[in-house]
Ligand binder design. Structure first.
Ligand SMILES: Nc1ncnc2c1ncn2[C@@H]1O[C@H](COP(=O)(O)OP(=O)(O)OP(=O)(O)O)[C@@H](O)[C@H]1O
Ligand SMILES: [Mg+2]
Length: 239
């Protein structure tokens, strides 16, 4: 990559208590890129994201976001630098409406370059949410709630997003909408690192991918090349 990555990790390790889970993960995310971190259950995808944003005991040779060394920063400071994080479990307020959930996520824009998201602008990226803006989140499907979680995180005006398995457990029709939303985020210039087991979803959105297994990166390449590599897919992915 010729341009400076917005996110870069080298030699990332992480442990839960005595159990070491990551063994030197290195990855980069370029500005405006969509990159997939792929691997089976328990491979270390979620732990990688938690290690990046300081939610697990971690160490690294390099861990930089937007030109800042984030190795010793608390999670909320990393978020304020413009790195949004959407965990696997949906964290919306089920008693609030779609619109109210989005207002809760609002933060002041970061700087002159950061777009200030409004619910109206987000509804262009998530058109299905527009149709249910007054509905309580408890009355939405899991996939719709997942989209709302992503939309709410965008209200914080991040320049990059970590999406942990955005397509997990959601209906095929919503997976299509989710893929379109990720492509629109990219078109808005937002860099996206997403974890996925679903090769179909990853291939619909990602430019590049890393394959992780047992806490280490086993392969990195262009998404199209991974899709075409039957051997690689059989070895490391569930497809
Ligand atoms: N809080 C925890 N305490 C101890 N071990 C954990 C904890 N969370 C995850 N692990 C272990 O760490 C390893 C990696 O888990 P991780 O959640 O990162 O995998 P993953 O790739 O996200 O899997 P999935 O696709 O199921 O979400 C697994 O062996 C898991 O059992
Ligand atoms: Mg996970």
């Amino acid at each position: 990559m010729s341009t400076q990555p917005i996110l870069e990790a080298t030699g990332l390790t992480a442990a839960y208590g005595q159990a070491q889970i990551l063994f030197g993960v290195s990855l980069t995310l370029g500005p405006g890129e969509v990159v997939a971190l792929m691997g089976r259950n328990g491979a270390g995808k979620s732990t990688t994201f938690k290690a990046i944003i300081g939610l697990v005991d971690a160490a690294a040779d390099t861990l930089a976001f937007a030109g800042h060394d984030i190795r010793h920063l608390p999670t909320h400071r990393i978020a304020r630098l413009g790195l949004g994080y959407v965990p696997e479990d949906r964290r919306i307020f089920t008693d609030l409406s779609v619109e109210e959930n989005l207002q809760v996520g609002a933060k002041a824009p970061l700087g002159a370059n950061a777009a200030a998201w409004t619910p109206e602008r987000l509804f262009e990226i998530f058109p299905n949410l527009a149709e249910m803006r007054h509905r309580r989140a408890s009355q939405m499907s899991g996939g719709e709630q997942q989209m709302l979680t992503i939309a709410r995180t965008l209200m914080g005006n991040p320049t990059a997003m970590l999406l942990d398995e955005p397509s997990e457990g959601i209906a095929p029709v919503i997976v299509e909408l989710m893929a379109e939303s990720v492509r629109r985020m990219k078109a808005e210039g937002i860099s996206v690192l997403l974890s996925e087991q679903n090769l179909y979803f990853a291939s619909a959105v990602a430019d590049r991918a890393y394959i992780i297994e047992k806490g280490a990166i086993r392969h990195e390449g262009r998404m199209a090349d991974i899709v075409a590599d039957t051997h690689l897919r059989e070895q490391y992915l569930s497809v």
